[in-house]
Design a protein around this ligand. Sequence first.
Ligand SMILES: [Zn+2]
Length: 264
Amino acid sequence: MNAPFPAYRDRYLPALCLAEIDALPHKAWAPVILQVGAIEQHGPHLPVAVDSLLGQIWLNLALPLLPPDLPCYVAPPVTIGKSNEHWGFPGTLFVSKDTLRELLLSIARQLHRWGFRHLAVLNSHGGNVAVINYTMEEVRSELGMRVSTLRGAWDLDVSRQELTYGFHANEAETSWLLAAAPGLVDMSQAVCEYPAQVGDDGMLRPEFAPATFAWITRDISRSGIMGDAPAATAEKGLRWFRGGAERYAKGIVEAALKAREALS
Ligand SMILES: [Zn+2]
């Protein structure tokens, strides 16, 4: 009970009172991390909160790796994203692209009003990417805030098939959940299902082909899984967490230092 929660509580804006937020140093360049996730079906074996949970886990793992004197703050997370591609599966809860855009803009405007000038987005759901990119260009052009994007980068030692067509509720996501929250995973329900095969000579595929088509998950997956969920293990999850957290931390440090440099 005595361990701080979250692990980065001294950087977490919702845990601070107004005088503390007012007095935070280096608002002109210190990044405020905004984690954007999703609540959507993740197959029959994983909870619908996977993307939002993983976003929180990455922050919990990466932020303690920062130099303690590096100013970096964390905004309250956006846990519901744009997931219309998972429409029709029970448990998917999403907002429209316009609502997500408005929410992100409102958060940026108010952080700007509090004096912050650097927003760093850590997105954990592919369906949010287009909306976030568009909106962050608005934040940059209209508010003049610096915007950094913290991308997950992990060395997944998985097959080429999994790397290419393991999109969702896949070996990596299942492994991460087995490592972090095994009680939320039902491996007896995990199946392997791919929307396309590497090496087949078809021209039209959902992704990574000369011709692609707009898809929703219902078009290309029966189970809701796209990937080799049964191949997941907690050991892989732990290993991939470690490497991924280190890279997130390095990305945050570099984003902060470049922003400071740009002001000098
Ligand atoms: Zn996911």
